[in-house]
Design a protein. Structure first.
Length: 434
């Protein structure tokens, strides 16, 4: 019997990996709102809920599951719609406890000290100052943001003031609709006057970055994979994610333990999660960067290359109340990476390859997949949801049997893309291109 799975923000890039899960022929995937509707421009939660309900109410068939693999507002739409249509999902409160960065820190500190010093920043103050006890260098970020949007690393008061001004100017785009979601919850006293448009300051973490992926089901928390995240030299921007992690097993064991404790504390169930960590080899400290109340769709190809099954499998099985167990090391390659081909200055892009061109590149280099972000003649500063320091040109997935193999395939793909640029000039990003 075919089951109807409604995917909030279903996109062409993820359809192949969704269709590669075991027993995919039993599912029929339906798009529930587009990425443009969900994440571009001003976000109106009442409008999005009404649009989604119109689609679901007008569907001539059963609504067997409602799922999503994006951050807010998708993450909150899934439990809101799930309550109305009787589909399986974790609670809205558990989602918000992850996504609201300040509330998340309050929950984390109840079960672990593996987090940086943090505090709220008063955006309405005439002369905003760092929270007491939080030292430079630090990161300033809204309680909620997309893809590190409006997140700034600062090392002194002058940079702090500049970052506050930038955040103050842009925070309402997501902060205000987030407050609509907060109003649906019975908030604890420590969150009663916080709201969604709040700025968080955290001491900067040092070391190497890693991500833990797992799921919660029937009160049990399972970690099924740990990946390394490697930055461009001298930059806070990701160069690649690599799976499986090369960190020492005792360090990975500590990350698993911390993940299990915080997910239980937050109360997630019937849901996937992804937790980002820093490990400092100099001090042997492990610290949580952030908790995402969904698996990372950007890791799907890597799990498929190494384990033989995309991590979407866990999301789908949980939504149907089934065991989401993931196989290990049954894929074609020993390791895999997702590379971020970036540009560190504003420019106009030309010679962007077509999908047919990309298909030819993928056929000529075994174990690669390429998604290009800009379209022909687009200015990079017009790309949506970029971080504060760079522009993403392409995501390049590579599978191989060594790091050298992964990098060689990446270099071949970058050369084959043949992107060119004009009017390159410094914008709001660094000008170096490592």
């Amino acid at each position: 019997m075919t089951e109807n799975i409604f995917v909030c923000g279903l996109d062409e890039a993820n359809l192949p990996t969704l269709s590669a899960v075991p027993d995919a022929d039993r599912y029929r995937f339906h798009q529930l709102l587009t990425i443009e509707e969900l994440q571009h421009g001003e976000v109106s939660m009442p409008d999005l809920i009404a649009k989604a309900q119109k689609i679901l109410d007008g569907f001539d068939g059963s609504v067997d599951a409602i799922v999503g693999y994006w951050d807010f507002p998708v993450s909150t739409l899934v439990p809101i719609l799930g309550e109305r249509y009787g589909t399986r999902t974790t609670s809205l409160e558990s989602i918000v406890k992850c996504e609201h960065k300040y509330w998340s820190r309050l929950e984390q500190q109840k079960v672990t000290d593996a987090h940086p010093r943090f505090g709220r920043v008063d955006l309405d103050a005439a002369d905003p100052r760092p929270p007491e006890g939080v030292r430079f260098p630090m990161w300033l970020k809204p309680a909620l943001s997309y893809s590190s949007e409006l997140a700034y690393g600062v090392k002194d008061q002058a940079e702090f003031a500049d970052a506050v001004a930038r955040i103050r100017a842009g925070i309402d785009r997501v902060g205000k609709p987030f407050e609509y979601v907060l109003e649906r919850l019975d908030l604890p006293p420590e969150m009663a006057d916080v709201g969604g448009a709040v700025c968080l300051a955290e001491e900067a973490l040092a070391g190497v970055q890693a991500a833990v992926e797992g799921y919660a089901r029937d009160g049990e928390v399972t970690v099924y994979g740990i990946l390394d995240s490697i930055n461009y030299p001298g930059s806070p921007c990701f160069l690649r994610h690599q799976y499986p992690s090369a960190l020492p097993e005792p360090v990975q064991r500590r990350m698993r333990d911390i993940s299990e404790r915080v997910i239980r504390q937050i109360g997630m169930d019937s849901a996937t999660f992804s937790i980002e960590f820093f490990y400092d080899p100099g001090t042997d400290a492990v610290n949580i960067l952030e908790i995402n109340p969904r698996h990372s769709q950007s890791h799907a190809e890597m799990f498929e290359y190494v384990d033989g099954v995309p991590n979407h499998h866990c999301m789908l099985r949980l939504a149907r109340g089934e065991d989401p167990g993931l196989p290990h090391h049954q894929g074609r390659y020993r390791m895999a990476a997702k590379w971020y081909h970036r540009w560190f200055a504003d420019a106009t892009v030309h010679d962007v390859p077509s999908r047919e061109d990309l298909d030819r590149i993928e056929e000529s280099i075994p174990g690669v997949r390429i998604d290009v972000s800009p379209h022909e003649g687009q200015r990079l500063s017009d790309l949506p949801q970029q971080d504060s320091y760079s522009y993403e040109l392409a995501h390049i997935f590579t599978g191989g049997d060594s790091e050298d193999d992964l990098r060689e395939k990446y270099d071949k793909c970058v050369a084959a893309l043949g992107l060119t640029f004009d009017e390159t000039r410094p914008g709001s990003r660094d000008t170096k291109n490592p």
